[in-house]
Design a binder for this molecule. Structure first.
Ligand SMILES: NC(=O)c1ccc[n+]([C@@H]2O[C@H](COP(=O)([O-])OP(=O)(O)OC[C@H]3O[C@@H](n4cnc5c(N)ncnc54)[C@H](OP(=O)(O)O)[C@@H]3O)[C@@H](O)[C@H]2O)c1
Length: 336
């Protein structure tokens, strides 16, 4: 069932092998056909996220044989349905979408996804913001749920000048939770301070470990969210009080972590991981719908993302390289 005329061919970006941006190629290929319980989406926009960089390098939690179309999240309009109640309901709707666990992603003019991967956008959310309404907004809300459930009145967050870090800062301010923001450059200290952050520490400063420990003590922070890993995870564990926990949610440093056994044995400290996909799967349908609705309502305020630059599909490689050069200060969007 189709709602719009659909061409036979489309432009798509294909990752030929898991070797980063250099392995991206722009090709013409047939528009895919949705199977049962699937929908065809005309893609409007898709950001380049750290997860995409990890995917291009073969280090993301999805195991798809190359060649494959990358692009983990994005937005668009459902233009055809392969059948099923959900597919028929979504036909003609503007949606946010996540790439299927198997098959192609969103860096193409059209993509097929299971109907359950497409979530209708609230009328107040434009397609560009909608393209960035899954990974970071839902993770920021998840962090607030985790912090509240554990009775935390203060948290640490690293790589805190990221789009996600800025959302966490805004949500935490509303929830009365203090954020100890850890960044790695002075410009990032200034960026977050301008946004109202009370505590921002630069990990490149001499004396950072001591300052981090003092801040954790002063604000009674027992939980740290860590997007950096490597030596940062060890520094966070060292700084937290006994029984403190580091939840690693990103591996931006691409380094392994060395942790002292003392932290686990005598100080009761722990390290765990967070990935949005299984975290969301633990919610039932009603909980997921309410969570999504809440995120959508906040998309024009606390969960908004600044866009730095837009690239057409044909320049996807430049989009990735540009993003790698400058991650702070707004997202790079790919616009088919
Ligand atoms: N686990 C999950 O389910 C989940 C979901 C969503 C997001 N995430 C993670 O959340 C993090 C933020 O994502 P985002 O989209 O908000 O990022 P973003 O807006 O693109 O910003 C990335 C930030 O990380 C900083 N950074 C990069 N490499 C770093 C390093 N080695 N050490 C310290 N800082 C570094 C960048 O600073 P510079 O400008 O100095 O490079 C930039 O401020 C990423 O790690 C992402 O993978 C995880």
């Amino acid at each position: 069932m189709a709602a719009h005329p659909i061409p036979e061919e489309m432009t798509a970006v294909v990752l030929q092998e898991y070797a980063g941006a250099q392995a991206l190629q722009v090709v013409r290929r047939p528009v895919p056909t949705p199977g049962p319980q699937e929908v065809l989406i005309r893609v409007a926009a898709s950001p380049v996220n750290p997860s995409d960089l990890a995917f291009l390098a073969g280090r993301y939690g999805l195991d798809k044989p190359a060649p494959v179309v990358p692009g983990i999240e994005g937005s668009g309009t459902v233009v055809a349905s392969g059948g099923g109640v959900m597919g028929r309901y979504l036909l003609g709707k503007r949606v946010a979408c996540v790439a299927p666990a198997r098959g192609d992603g969103l860096w193409a003019e059209y993509m097929v996804a299971p109907a359950g991967n497409a979530l209708p956008l609230h009328r107040s959310v434009e397609l560009e913001q909608g393209a960035m309404s899954l990974a970071n907004p839902l993770t920021a809300l998840a962090f607030m749920e985790i912090a509240r459930a554990g009775g935390h009145t203060a948290i640490v967050n690293t790589a805190a000048a990221s789009a996600l870090g800025q959302m966490v800062l805004r949500l935490a301010a509303r929830a009365g939770i203090v954020v100890i923001n850890v960044v790695r450059r002075q410009e990032q200290v200034e960026l977050l301070t301008r946004q109202g952050a009370a505590v921002v520490l630069n990990s490149a400063d001499e004396g950072f470990p001591g300052r981090l420990r003092d801040a954790c003590q002063q604000h009674r922070a027992r939980l740290a969210f860590d997007a950096v890993a490597g030596t940062m995870t060890a520094q966070l564990l060292e700084a937290l009080p006994n029984n403190g926990r580091v939840t690693v949610y990103g591996g931006l440093s691409m380094e392994a972590t060395e942790i002292l056994a003392t932290h686990f044995i005598f100080q009761g400290k722990s390290v765990d991981g967070f990935w949005l996909t299984p975290w969301m799967e633990r919610k039932n349908l009603l909980q997921s719908m309410l969570f999504w609705r809440r995120a959508q309502r906040l998309m024009t305020s606390a969960l908004q993302t600044h866009v730095r630059v837009r690239y057409p599909l044909a320049e996807a490689r430049n989009a990735v390289l540009d993003y790698q050069r400058q991650m702070t200060g707004g997202k790079v969007l790919i616009i088919p």
